[in-house]
Ligand binder design. Structure first.
Ligand SMILES: C[S@@+](CC[C@H](N)C(=O)[O-])C[C@H]1O[C@@H](n2cnc3c(N)ncnc32)[C@H](O)[C@@H]1O
Length: 242
């Protein structure tokens, strides 16, 4: 996907239509003749650069039907589970496919991501999003993960669904020894129930954390944290199968 992006990060996908923005329009003929790296100006003189969308650009612009896990939380999941090239991931639910795309990007062409989504309409949208980004190492399964996990020798089972504790037994049968279960839960009550079940199944290295991210505002007058910030997103729980 090619996009038009301005110096503040405002982005639009390139289509075969004129681009209309709050800062004026660019004709479709000018967009069609442009190459990556070109700078195009709206009729009001606002500049946009033509670039290839990276993963974050693509996720910002793709069709979404439910909330996605933010980069601050995805980064922590990757780091705490040591996710890397060539690994096998199972996740549920897929939603619009954002987490599946992040995982697929990390495990690379020699790795695999199997993502379970109970809703057919969501599975279809996610499949389209993943295909359009060109990620070939993801399999979207329109299945209820509570009925079982088909894959074995899995490095990471990641759960973003209302009752992750119902999937723990399947995760035990699917994970390789040393693999991780990670879960994203908005509510602390979910964390408490999950924790009890993880202990019952003998998981090790149990850890739950919340990532609070503060962005800085750098101005001539002074530098300080921004007044507005994302508050709570979700608690991240990690457990290792030994
Ligand atoms: C919040 S969304 C997941 C978003 C995704 N992690 C992302 O960042 O794009 C939760 C999804 O879980 C799905 N879901 C709920 N229970 C499920 C189950 N038992 N098996 C598979 N998917 C399920 C829902 O339909 C919904 O699409």
């Amino acid at each position: 996907m090619r996009i038009l992006i301005d110096s503040k990060g405002k982005k639009y996908p390139v289509t075969d239509e004129d681009l209309h923005t709050n800062w004026g329009y660019i004709k479709k003929e000018d967009i069609a003749l442009s190459s990556d790296g070109d700078v195009l100006e709206t009729h009001m003189g606002h500049k946009f650069t033509v670039i290839r969308a990276n993963l974050n650009d693509y996720i910002d612009l793709m069709e979404r039907k439910c909330s996605i896990i933010l980069p601050k939380d995805v980064g922590i999941i990757n780091a705490y589970t040591g996710l890397g090239y060539g690994q096998k991931v199972v996740e549920a639910g897929t939603g619009s496919g954002a987490t599946a795309l992040y995982f697929a990007n990390i495990v690379g062409p020699d790795g695999e991501v199997f993502t379970y989504e109970v809703r057919e309409d969501f599975a279809q949208i996610a499949g389209k999003n993943i295909h359009e980004f060109g990620q070939e190492n993801v399999t979207v399964k329109n299945q209820d993960i509570k009925e079982g996990i088909d894959e074995s020798s899995v490095d990471l089972v990641f759960l973003d669904l209302p009752q992750p504790w119902d999937v723990v037994e399947h995760a035990v049968n699917s994970l390789k020894v040393g693999g991780y279960l990670a879960a994203y839960d908005p509510y602390i009550e979910q964390v408490i129930t999950l924790n009890k079940v993880l202990k019952k199944y003998g998981f090790s290295e149990l850890k739950t954390l919340e990532c609070i991210l503060r962005e800085m505002e750098i101005k001539t007058k002074g530098t300080r944290p921004k007044t507005r910030m994302t508050g709570h997103t979700g608690y991240l729980t990690f457990a290792r199968l030994l």
